[in-house]
Design a binder for this molecule. Structure first.
Ligand SMILES: NC(=O)c1ccc[n+]([C@@H]2O[C@H](COP(=O)([O-])OP(=O)(O)OC[C@H]3O[C@@H](n4cnc5c(N)ncnc54)[C@H](OP(=O)(O)O)[C@@H]3O)[C@@H](O)[C@H]2O)c1
Length: 298
């Protein structure tokens, strides 16, 4: 059984590659830039394949002899085109099963309100119509996105987000990786959607308290307006379309107010869901600003 994971230099993709290596299972890792895949390439059983999902000719070697694919690409404006192009290439190469990483914030979430969830719905429809056996993994917000708030945490002791009193149920990419590994290495997951969240809905006041406990310094939640946060994102160098997409995302989260919690997939695969407090403690040095989060650590 040959498994290919795309987006292997990214957060969820690299976590899946590490999980295969930890379990001693061979895996092929698709990257665009092999120079950034040094640590992944050194993991046992990992074979790096170079290719661009938007360029089918570049994928021929990567897809050769592959049985199952975990399809991941970044959430940017090109995600729809990237993944439908890749689905066509995988179908032509005779791939027997595509597992797609999507995104989900619960049954009350309006997918049309946010660019990424809107694109995920379109890609999902394309995949279902492709005739290739499929599985969809639909995780909630990644805990790892809180690393983007480290400058405010370190400099001001503040977690500044435009969320009001809304709760979220973030999940760590390490839990997603364990579930993806199980789906890719065992049979019987075709035509199934697996939704997954963290174990609890937490307010940002609780998230700040968890980070504070982990780093041993006060951290308080500051509810900033979407316009103020957008200004900060632009200052940080986010392109305006990305900042606007995040404003859409947070506005929809604010509208929902309370996060949906779904532990059924963790239970189905016997995986204990990681709490935000455990995640913060595991990455205390990163939240303190004294270590850098590495997507692809050795
Ligand atoms: N962030 C969240 O909270 C969250 C929650 C649920 C679901 N998701 C979903 O998770 C997925 C990954 O998001 P992320 O922000 O975590 O991504 P990420 O860390 O940026 O990883 C995405 C990876 O895809 C690769 N990629 C992009 N275009 C490619 C192409 N044309 N050919 C080959 N590889 C390509 C990138 O390669 P390079 O390294 O070369 O750039 C990168 O390594 C998205 O679909 C997103 O909607 C995210």
């Amino acid at each position: 059984m040959t498994v290919l994971v795309t987006g292997a230099n990214g957060r969820p993709g690299a976590a899946v590659i590490r999980e295969f290596a930890r379990r001693g299972d061979p895996v092929r890792a698709l990257v665009r830039d092999p120079a950034r895949a040094g640590e992944l390439a050194e993991l046992p059983g990992v074979r790096i394949a170079v290719g661009d999902m938007l360029w089918p000719e570049s994928l021929e070697n990567a897809l050769d002899g592959v049985d199952r694919v975990l399809m991941i690409s970044g959430a940017g404006p090109l995600m729809l085109e990237t993944q439908v192009t890749f689905i066509d290439a995988a179908r032509k190469a005779g791939i027997g099963h595509i597992v797609k990483l999507g995104g989900d914030e619960g049954p009350r979430w309006d997918s049309e309100k946010f660019r990424s969830t809107r694109s995920h719905e379109q890609i999902q429809r394309y995949l279902l119509a492709s005739g290739v056996p499929w599985t969809i993994l639909r995780p909630s917000q990644f805990m790892e996105v809180y690393f983007e708030e480290i400058p405010d945490i370190v400099e001001h002791g503040e977690l500044r987000l435009p969320l009001g009193d809304a709760t979220l149920a973030p999940i760590t990419v390490d839990d997603i990786a364990k579930i993806a590994h199980a789906v890719l290495t065992t049979d019987g997951h075709e035509y199934t959607t697996y939704r997954m969240t963290g174990p609890r809905a937490i307010s940002m006041t609780e998230a700040a308290a968890d980070i504070s406990a982990a780093i041993g310094r006060p951290v308080r939640y500051v509810d900033v307006s979407p316009a103020e946060k957008r200004r900060q994102w632009i200052e940080k160098g986010y392109p305006p379309p990305r900042a606007d997409a995040f404003v859409q995302l947070f506005e929809e989260r604010r509208r929902l107010g309370s996060a949906h919690v779904d532990r059924t997939t963790h239970q189905r695969f016997g995986i204990a869901p990681t709490t935000f407090g455990e995640f913060a403690a595991r990455h205390a040095e990163v939240f303190r600003g004294s270590a850098t989060y590495q997507v692809t650590p050795g």
